[in-house]
Every structure is written in C-alpha cells, then in structure tokens.
Design a protein around this ligand. Structure first.
Ligand code: PMT
Length: 224
C-alpha cells in the first residue's frame, strides 16, 4: 500500500523570529510511519518541524506552516491508498506577518488571526481522495462524541481519538491511549508506548482498508 502520514506541529510566523505552534512532538505520526514501513508498505511522511530522526525507508516531505502542509498533501494524495492525519495543524494563522521583529510597547498587543484550511476535512470533497481516510481527534472533553462528530464532518473511515487532558499521554509523551471510532462501533485500546500502539494501529488500519476495498469492488461489480 502507498500510505501518506502527516505528523508534528505546524508553525505560523508572526515576524522573522516568532511563531505560533503547539506541543506536538511528532512521536505518534513517526511511530506509525515506522510501523507501516516495517510492515512492507510505502510511506510518505509529511511533517512539521520536530526533533525526531526520519525512520529508515520512509519518504519525507518537511513543511513548516499549515498552508505548506496543505500544499504537500494536495500534490501527493493522487497516488495514495491510505491517508493518516496525525499532525496537530494550526487552526489559525496571523492575518499579517511582520517583515521586521515586532517592537514591544506599553500598550496591549492584539493579534488578528484567520482560519487555516482544514486539510483532513478537504481530502474527500476538495482534493478528491477516494482511498481509506484516517484522522485523529485530540480532545479534552466528550472524547467519543467529539470524535464521532469529526468522523462525519471530515468524511473519515476511522478517527483515532485521544484524550489529551490525561497526564502521561498525548502531546509530547512517549505513551498514548486511544479510542478507535468507526462509523458502526468504537474500540478502546489500552495505554501503551506510541511504538507498541503504532503496531496495533497499523493492523487496524490495514484490516479496515482491506474491508473497504472489498466493499468498493463489490459495489463496482454490482454497477457493471
Ligand atoms: O505528536 P505527538 O507529541 O506524538 O502527539 C500526538 C498527537 C496528540 C498530536 C496525536 O495523537 C493527535 O491527536 N493528532 C491530531 C491533533 C489535532 O490537531 O487534532 P484535532 O482534533 O485538532 O484535529 C482533527 C483532525 O484534523 C486531525 O487528524 C488533524 O490532523 C486534522 N486537521 C486539523 C486542522 C487542520 N487545519 N487540518 C487538519 O488536517
């Protein structure tokens, strides 16, 4: 299979030396890339800035901003069977990027932000992706309900939901605990290292892809 994975944070510049970002380390997405390439698949990792080494055998496209990540995904999706969106993409970016370092003053400073494009939410309708689409949901309340809402709104086949308010898992940590939210049911996976979890997620994603491919084949057979 040809698999695309987004990982890590994005950085949205305010001026030449400052940016808005989040606490994503990239560990979850990179562990998935490593597990999938280890299982014999071809992996394209599109990643925001992280401290991590790119796993051996993975094709790598580094990006910095949400707009760059959108463009990298848009140019790659055409040849992809399975897309997994683990990146913590900025939802907002500054309206203006100052060309010089912003000077401090005594007056309060207001930042005007505008929405970035929702890359996962664009995959089906705007970018025409017809393969297996897997998103993540980083939630701090109502994990299942919010994840299920993202599953429907973003036209995904699976949402991997993590409660990022729990200590010791999620952003930056070596461990995670996830709830797999499918259209028909949920499956809770026990807490584990991101590497162990990545192997379970790989097998869940590949099983789902095989099931969806069978359904797609059956559908096209019925139409002919
Ligand atoms: O990187 P680590 O430190 O290992 O941490 C892992 C993680 C917590 C970042 C990861 O497990 C995770 O939850 N990733 C998704 C983070 C996130 O931003 O979730 P969200 O609920 O805000 O977004 C939902 C989905 O839409 C995600 O698949 C996200 O990649 C995608 N999205 C969001 C906004 C946007 N503009 N474009 C997107 O594609």
């Amino acid at each position: 299979m040809k698999v695309l994975i987004t990982a890590g944070p994005t950085r949205e510049a305010l001026d030449p030396v400052r940016y808005l970002t989040n606490r994503s380390s990239g560990k979850m997405g990179y562990a998935l890339a490593q597990a999938l390439v280890g299982a014999g698949h071809s992996v394209l990792l599109i990643s925001g800035p992280t401290e991590l080494d790119v796993p051996d055998g993975v094709d790598f496209l580094p990006v910095e901003t949400a707009a760059e990540m959108y463009a990298a995904v848009a140019q790659s999706l055409g040849r992809i069977d399975i897309a997994v969106f683990a990146a913590a993409v900025a939802d907002y970016t500054p309206v203006k990027v100052a060309s010089h370092k912003i000077k401090k003053s005594e007056a309060p400073f207001t930042l005007e932000l505008q929405r970035t494009r929702d890359i996962l939410g664009s995959a089906r309708a705007e970018l025409g992706f017809s393969g297996t689409l897997v998103g993540f949901a980083a939630e701090t309340e109502d994990l299942e309900a919010n994840a299920r809402d993202k599953l429907t709104r973003k036209h995904c086949d699976l949402i991997i939901a993590n409660d990022v308010s729990k200590p010791g898992i999620g952003f930056g940590s070596d461990r995670n605990e996830v709830l797999l939210v499918y259209p028909e049911y949920n499956e809770a996976l026990p807490p584990a290292s991101k590497h162990t979890l990545a192997h379970h997620l790989t097998s869940a994603i590949l099983t789902l892809h095989a099931r969806l491919e069978d359904a797609r084949l059956e559908d096209s057979r019925r139409k002919t």
